[in-house]
Design a protein around this ligand. Structure first.
Ligand SMILES: [Zn+2]
Length: 169
């Protein structure tokens, strides 16, 4: 099977924009192929978000040519890329958290429940199920409590890689 440009379908595509997960494993779903056309390459690169790096690939058929290198993408980087691409997710979580406080008079809330409620809400709005990674919950919980003083202490936090991220942010 020969790789084709994800923008125009031309084969063989010569540029591979690779994204790897935190373990350094190639993330096929987020990685993209492009032909030599600069505009197609820019579009393919734009769709992988942060952490993607383009390489000219020598062995296009296998995608494993010597031109391929890996660039680990941390969970925090994935979250930041997702968050900046999908501001509606944070906005929905925030609105629902405030609604919870207002309507129940309670302050504590489980991030898992809020997250699933946001998934429901976003599905109704867009007609499709949003790709909410459950690994992002810890980041959203911290972001909400940090950005919204009146939500401070709302979520119970377990130790997470998001701690380092929140401390550095
Ligand atoms: Zn193309």
């Amino acid at each position: 099977m020969s790789a084709t440009c994800d923008v125009c379908g031309t084969a063989p595509a010569g540029v591979y924009i690779e994204v790897t997960d935190p373990e350094g494993v190639r993330d096929e779903h987020r990685s993209r192929w492009s032909c030599a056309n600069a505009e197609h390459r820019a579009r393919a690169e734009a769709t992988v978000g942060h952490g993607g790096r383009a390489f000219t690939v020598t062995d296009v058929d296998s995608g494993t040519g010597s031109g391929i290198q890996t660039e680990p993408v941390t969970l925090a980087e994935k979250f930041e890329a997702y968050d900046s691409d999908h501001p509606e997710v944070y906005a929905t979580l925030r609105a629902l958290a405030f609604e919870w406080k207002r309507r129940t008079g309670r302050h504590r809330l489980g991030i898992a429940a809020l997250y699933e409620r946001a998934r429901w809400e976003l599905s109704l709005q867009t007609g499709e199920s949003p790709s909410l990674d459950h690994n992002f919950r810890a980041f959203y919980a911290r972001k909400l409590m940090k950005a919204e003083p009146s939500l401070d202490g709302m979520f119970e936090l377990r130790r997470s890689v998001a701690d380092e991220w929140a401390a550095a942010a």
